[in-house]
Design a protein around this ligand. Structure first.
Ligand SMILES: *[C@@H]1O[C@H](CO)[C@@H](O)[C@H](O)[C@H]1NC(C)=O
Ligand SMILES: *[C@@H]1O[C@H](CO)[C@@H](O)[C@H](O)[C@H]1NC(C)=O
Length: 495
């Protein structure tokens, strides 16, 4: 009791002292502000919950739900060689009156699981062989692992001469860039942009079957479709049974007016079906020779970065090359060998923290490695890492009523009686002493205020690779520096 009284007395004294100090230097506003901050810090320290206070986020409930209005970030366009990134299910991508067709959260999570299953099957040692297929075949083998779901962030690039704008899903987990192409010999699904017409482009050429890039296709797609009167055919099938088949061609790719690439190899899709929304196709950012990263390597040195927007109603950026605007706080982790000879960017997760407390997880739990993927929505962890994460999260969230699981998400809450909530901070630790603090927008996945879930899940098999997914990458500047074998992270990448 006595100590409490004297503590309060000391604090009053300190306040009085600081107040007089503030009055004395009232002209120096900055100084006065620093003093005020000091007092506030002192008060927080006297709080029993001080530790948690500094290791949690306060979230306004209404910020968890998707805004119906596009609110673009104004700063993204200031970077060189930079494209605006939008979410394919958000209001910044016009659906042309087809909102009713946008998938439910449960459907999105189901498609996400299909992508994860195909990544796992692709990376599991047993299925790392390639299927050969008859020349001229227009059906794709339904081989598990040759494919995956397509991801959900969009950029707009130019193709052809004269240049036509195309909105493409970008994907660090695949290589071939393709777009739907007239005359759509078999089928083109409805898209927002006019369908690209190779015959209307002065610079389009078909790729011959004897070209080296035609050979590269096989390792990039896991399929060899052969030739149609000496034109190289490509075919990609995704885990959700979406596919694109067509002619392999080249044309001029325009990233920005100052970044134009002649003879860019891409798929001119003649039979395209599946869950691509109203996008015109896909931009492949993987590590194979046919990817846009490899094809632009002379200029950009296999270097690109992106920031995925905080919500589906705001915008981020995809920037090629390192023209100097990179945040000084980027921390790099080495690319790992787990993805050698695949499209994926492998790295090593070595630990997790929740509410500022490092979880005790044996190193061997992470020994199957991890990848970072722009197309997987929900981060997947080894079961023996997810379980203590979920337990620690539940403990710190014990004040809130729980809700039923949402598809693959099993740690859910009903916040209908709250206007604001407190959630623990979560960090992922990577090889090389790199801590990535998940942004407040990447911790929860909201179906509705009455069903808001921890946005991470366990792999079903302990031997599967972990995946650092795009929800947890939101607002982080993610830097891919393939030439130097590393991936980097910095906070606040979209501003
Ligand atoms: C490309 O090859 C296909 C198949 O042989 C052919 O139908 C098409 O006309 C060719 N396009 C051009 C521009 O040569
Ligand atoms: C919200 O508050 C109402 C009224 O107090 C109560 O009946 C209801 O059970 C609460 N809902 C939840 C999810 O806690």
């Amino acid at each position: 009791m006595a100590t409490t009284v004297s503590f309060v007395f000391l604090r009053l004294l300190l306040c009085a002292y600081l107040l007089s100090l503030c009055l004395l230097c009232s002209l120096k506003n900055g100084y006065a502000f620093a003093e005020r901050e000091y007092i506030e810090t002192q008060e927080v320290k006297s709080d029993e919950n001080h530790y948690y206070h500094h290791n949690s986020h306060t979230i306004q409930l209404n910020s968890l739900l998707q805004s119906p209005v596009c609110d673009p970030s104004t700063k993204a366009s200031e970077r060189k060689s930079s494209l605006k990134v939008i979410h394919r299910h958000g209001p910044c991508f016009k659906q042309n009156g087809d909102e009713a067709n946008s998938p439910s959260h449960a459907e999105i999570l189901l498609q996400d699981q299909a992508r994860v299953n195909s990544i796992h099957s692709k990376l599991s040692k047993k299925s790392r062989q390639v299927d050969r297929k008859d020349a001229g075949g227009s059906t794709l083998p339904a081989k598990d692992g040759s494919s995956m779901g397509s991801g959900n962030y969009i950029v707009t690039v130019g193709l052809g001469t004269p240049k036509k704008s195309l909105s493409l899903i970008f994907d660090t987990g695949s290589d071939v860039t393709w777009t739907q192409c007239k005359p759509c010999v078999r089928y083109c699904y409805p898209q927002n942009d006019p369908i690209y017409d190779a015959s209307a482009s002065k610079t389009y050429t078909n790729v011959s079957c004897s070209s080296d890039m035609c050979d590269e296709l096989e390792s990039a797609t896991g399929n060899s479709l052969g030739c149609a009167s000496s034109t190289c055919l490509y075919g990609i099938k995704y885990g959700d049974n979406s596919f694109s088949i067509g002619f392999f061609g080249t044309d001029t790719l325009t990233i920005t007016s100052a970044d134009v690439f002649e003879n860019f190899y891409f798929g001119c899709g003649q039979n395209n079906r599946g869950l691509f929304g109203k996008t015109a196709g896909l931009l492949g950012l993987g590590r194979n020779a046919v990817s846009v990263v490899s094809q632009t390597a002379t200029k950009y040195k296999q270097f690109f970065s992106y920031c995925l927007p905080s919500s589906s109603s705001s915008t981020g950026h995809l920037t090629f090359g390192n023209s100097g605007g990179l945040s000084k706080s980027v921390k790099f982790t080495p690319l790992s060998a787990v993805t050698k000879d695949t499209s994926f960017y492998g790295l090593d997760i070595v630990g997790l923290s929740v509410g500022g407390q490092k979880l005790s997880i044996s190193k061997s739990v992470f020994s199957n490695g991890a990848i970072i993927d722009s197309g997987t929505v929900i981060t997947r962890l080894p079961p023996a890492a997810y379980s203590p994460l979920s337990t620690a999260f539940r403990k710190l969230m014990a004040a809130y009523p729980t809700a039923p699981a949402l598809s693959i998400l099993d740690t859910c809450y009903d916040f209908s009686n709250y206007t604001s909530i407190k959630v623990p901070k979560i960090s992922l630790f990577f090889n090389g002493g790199v801590e990535v603090s998940i942004d407040v927008t990447g911790i929860l996945y909201a179906n509705s205020v009455s069903q808001v879930c921890l946005a991470m899940a366990a792999n079903s098999d302990a031997s599967d690779v972990a995946i650092f997914g795009n929800t947890q990458q939101k607002t982080i500047e993610v830097v891919y520096d393939s030439a130097r074998g590393r991936v980097g992270f910095a906070p606040k990448g979209c501003s």
